[in-house]
Design a protein around this ligand. Structure first.
Ligand code: TXA
Ligand code: MG
Length: 317
């Protein structure tokens, strides 16, 4: 479907699509984003499916106001200062996720932190306001393709995989936002981007820790975004579970089991399974069983990303 010029009527319609769990591509000042309701796990799962990503990584959550951001994460004094200096604009702050916030576990890939940004594009903020929800949004391209900076790029890459494309013209920056963590009085650069590190340092009054600093600096962005894994031992592809284990089930044919059981999707729906994966792992991890056994999950579509995460959880001890 062709891109729709962004005006107040199309933005209202786009907001309704987001509220009903759909995907809307929208302009930001950096690149076009592929947006979904960040509080709706199935909607977030559709983002990964549409991009064809083979693994789950934490997505940036876009907000329209500072109050909305403060409901989702805890701001240190330094984080407040950075937001005051650069929002709205291309700075993403990775902050401690607020307990009890409505964010889906999938949007943060199970982590206790969340990446937040308030985009510096009027259409983006108007869409968030129209939806009345924070928006999870990676760049609106297929996995491995270049980030789109026009609505036409999005249409070329994601035709048929997105419910609406809002056209707000070409993106001003053309590169993604700069990502930093600001915990206490220290700031670390996780991803270079549209705001120069020197400009951030000027506001902080301290040097940014970087991947290459060594010492106690974060070793790599990948490591800081490090994945959630359960503490309990986990094994995959189990068809005859032990009775004392915790069982992560999938599909309609679940063996009788006396230990705790969570079914990722009784109907075998991989979108539902992806949406529930991280919260299910947390719940089974705290159930007190010595072992989590996982039933076989098909490796097609989102199953590839689900199995990738389970495989790493199984290897992670
Ligand atoms: O410019 C942008 O930021 C674009 C536009 C659409 O706003 N969005 C974007 O989103 O690039 P995304 O979801 O693809 O960015 C993901 C990156 C991760 O690679 C990671 O560096 C960082 O954001 N990130 C997000 N949440 C994180 C977290 N909880 N911990 C560590 N890093 C996180
Ligand atoms: Mg991207």
């Amino acid at each position: 479907m062709p891109p729709v010029p962004a005006d107040s009527a199309s933005i209202e319609r786009a907001g309704a699509i987001i509220r009903s769990g759909g995907l809307v591509a929208f302009p930001t000042e950096t690149v076009y984003g592929l947006g979904a309701d960040a509080t709706n796990g199935a909607a977030v799962a559709r983002i990964f499916e549409a991009k064809g990503r083979p693994r789950f990584n934490p997505l940036i959550v876009h907000v329209a106001t500072l109050d909305q951001a403060r409901c989702l994460a805890t701001f240190s004094a330094l984080a407040e200062r950075l937001a005051a200096a650069f929002w709205p604009g291309p700075l993403t702050l990775v902050l401690p996720r607020r307990g009890g916030s409505e964010l889906s576990e999938l949007v943060t890939a199970g982590l206790d932190s969340v990446g937040l940004r308030m985009p510096g594009h009027d259409v983006a903020r108007a869409l968030i306001a129209a939806a009345g929800k924070p928006l999870a949004a990676p760049s609106a391209n297929r996995s491995g393709h270049v980030s789109p900076t026009t609505a036409a790029h999005v249409a070329d890459d994601l035709a048929g995989r997105v419910d609406m494309i809002l056209d707000g013209g070409a993106c001003r920056h053309g590169v993604e936002s700069t990502v930093v963590t600001a915990d206490g009085e220290s700031v670390a650069l996780l991803r270079p981007g549209a705001i120069a590190a020197a400009d951030i340092e000027r506001v902080c009054g301290v040097a940014l820790r970087r991947a290459l600093d060594g010492g106690d600096a974060p070793v790599s962005p990948g490591q800081l975004a490090s994945h959630y894994a359960p503490h309990t031992r986990l094994i995959m592809n189990v068809t005859s579970p032990q009775q004392e284990s915790a069982l992560l089930a999938f599909g309609a044919r679940v063996p009788d089991h006396t230990g705790p059981v969570i079914n990722l999707s009784a109907s075998g729906d991989l979108i539902e399974a992806a949406a529930r994966l991280f919260s299910a792992l947390r719940e089974l991890d705290s159930a007190g069983a010595g072992l989590i056994e996982v039933m076989p999950i098909p490796d097609d579509g989102l199953g590839e990303a689900i199995n990738d995460r389970l495989r790493r959880a199984a290897a992670d001890r």
